[in-house]
Design a protein around this ligand. Structure first.
Ligand code: ZN
Length: 144
């Protein structure tokens, strides 16, 4: 099994069983973000804890495998992080996806490292970054 197969399996697993998924349709708490070039749509809602921390990130992603998997991995990765750490992670992740770093996502990104190959497909970059823009916008409501 080579790395590409391993990565594909991780992506498919998140896509088939998105973590922290909840129906957020019609929820006034949720932010809706869309990627018209692919038809992806995501709703994100956060639960905040003391000290400007993310207790929980709820996602309701509809779209392609990359956007759903990215949302699922993001919801796990950001849990427990401070608003500031989460916003920094969102900006770093997006710069990796846009190929602005001369390296792949390091191992500490966990399952998200499996999205490194998206860099080679410019049309899919917006799919991978959509959930991150949505979570950042949601955090900014509490942490302008
Ligand atoms: Zn997409």
């Amino acid at each position: 099994m080579d790395m590409d197969d391993l990565y594909r399996d991780i992506i498919l697993d998140h896509c088939r069983n998105p973590r922290n998924r909840r129906n957020l349709e019609g929820s006034t708490e949720a932010q809706v973000h869309e990627n018209p070039s692919c038809g992806d749509e995501i709703r994100v809602s956060i639960e905040t804890g003391p000290h400007e921390r993310l207790e929980k990130i709820w996602i309701d992603p509809r779209g392609c495998a990359i956007s759903v998997a990215s949302a699922s991995m993001m919801s796990e990765f950001l849990e427990g992080k401070s608003f500031e750490q989460a916003i920094r992670a969102a900006s770093e992740f997006c710069s990796y996806m846009r190929g602005e770093r001369n390296e792949s996502l390091p191992a500490e990104w966990g399952d998200l490292a499996s999205l490194a190959g998206v860099i080679r497909y410019p049309l899919r970059v917006k799919c991978a970054t959509l959930p991150w823009h949505a979570v950042e916008a949601t955090i900014r409501i509490f942490f302008p």
